[in-house]
Design a protein around this ligand. Structure first.
Ligand code: DON
Length: 309
């Protein structure tokens, strides 16, 4: 998804950086795997936070962010021996041009669904009112909650929002401007535009890394979508400079190795994400996989899709 969602550009940057490593050779959730993963996410989120915002208001370097040459440059900054402190990870494309800045200083609940219909049309929809119950206000007679999406703006550039994201001037509040979102609905197309996978998730700032990890699990580790969805999740978003992992996701020895490389680790008390995915199997049947973290389970494959012209 393109700006004002940051998901597409950030996802592509993470995966392009990771493309330079033989992740499967590192071993799944080994220290080397988690390390390059976190370093890639840190850099992509540094760029996200610095450059992205509503394209009606700011031009932004998404084409560069998703290019192979830029990924090569960002990858070259990564040392296998140790973590780069987030304070040392700068946005990779220099300061935001002055005319992009605004001078103003102002001060959980999201849903994803994936659909493939009998004719082979796919939609991937993430919809959000931001926090639980939005801003806690319903419209009398209308029957729905109002959102508290204003927190997705950098309400005070440099200060963290509810997800701890420290975002920049391009995402500062302005009249008529849309806030930067982490939403990352995904449709993967194979050869000749054939749909391979539809997926997405809620989860605030972890949305993009959840999708990046799911795709990397499938592409780099050969997992099917059920395995890729249930695999433990790891998250880094540049600031705070903390590598988050789901309960019991990382072995003690991997944690020790990562700490010795300079990481601050935090084990989450709760699981992150709630992916809803459809994988098109090689025989054309559809496998629906709801994230087991929230009581979902893989469903039986549906009838084969009709072939499309
Ligand atoms: O668009 C965004 O990035 C946020 N409004 C998403 C919030 C969210 O996913 C909270 N639910 N888990």
């Amino acid at each position: 998804m393109s700006p004002p969602a940051s998901g597409g550009a950030t996802l592509a940057e993470i995966l392009n950086i990771l493309e330079g490593y033989d992740l499967r050779c590192f071993g799944y959730l080994s220290a080397d795997h988690v390390h390059v993963w976190a370093e890639a996410a840190k850099r992509a989120y540094a760029d996200r936070n610095a450059y992205l915002g509503d394209p009606d208001f700011v031009s932004q370097p998404t084409a560069t962010m998703i290019s192979d040459s830029y990924a090569t440059r960002r990858r070259a900054e990564i040392r296998l021996e140790g973590a780069t402190r987030s304070a040392q990870v700068q946005p990779g494309l220099g300061p935001v041009p002055a005319n992009q800045s605004t001078t103003r200083r102002e001060g959980d609940h999201t849903t994803h669904y994936s659909i493939i219909d009998a004719a082979g049309n796919a939609v991937s929809v993430t919809t959000t009112i931001n926090s639980l119950y939005g801003n806690l206000v319903t419209l009398a007679g209308a029957g729905f909650l109002l959102n508290n999406e204003m927190d997705d703006f950098a309400t005070e550039p440099g200060a963290p929002n509810q997800f701890g994201l420290v975002q920049g001037e391009p995402n500062a509040i302005q009249p008529g401007k849309r806030m930067l979102s982490s939403m990352t609905p995904v449709i993967v197309l194979g050869g000749k535009g054939k749909i391979e996978l539809v997926s997405g998730t809620p989860g605030g700032a972890t949305i993009t890394t959840t999708m990046a990890q799911l795709l990397s699990n499938v592409v780099d580790f050969g997992m099917d979508v059920a395995g890729a969805s249930s695999a433990p999740r790891v998250h880094h978003q540049h600031l705070p400079d903390v590598l988050l992992f789901e309960p019991s996701a990382l072995r003690e020895d991997v944690q020790t190795q990562l700490r010795s490389r300079g990481y601050t680790l935090r084990e989450r008390r709760e699981y992150s994400g709630d992916t809803q995915s459809i994988q098109v199997m090689s025989d054309g049947t559809l496998a629906g996989v709801a994230d087991p973290r929230h009581g979902g389970a893989a469903v039986a494959a549906e009838a084969p899709m009709r072939s499309t012209p």
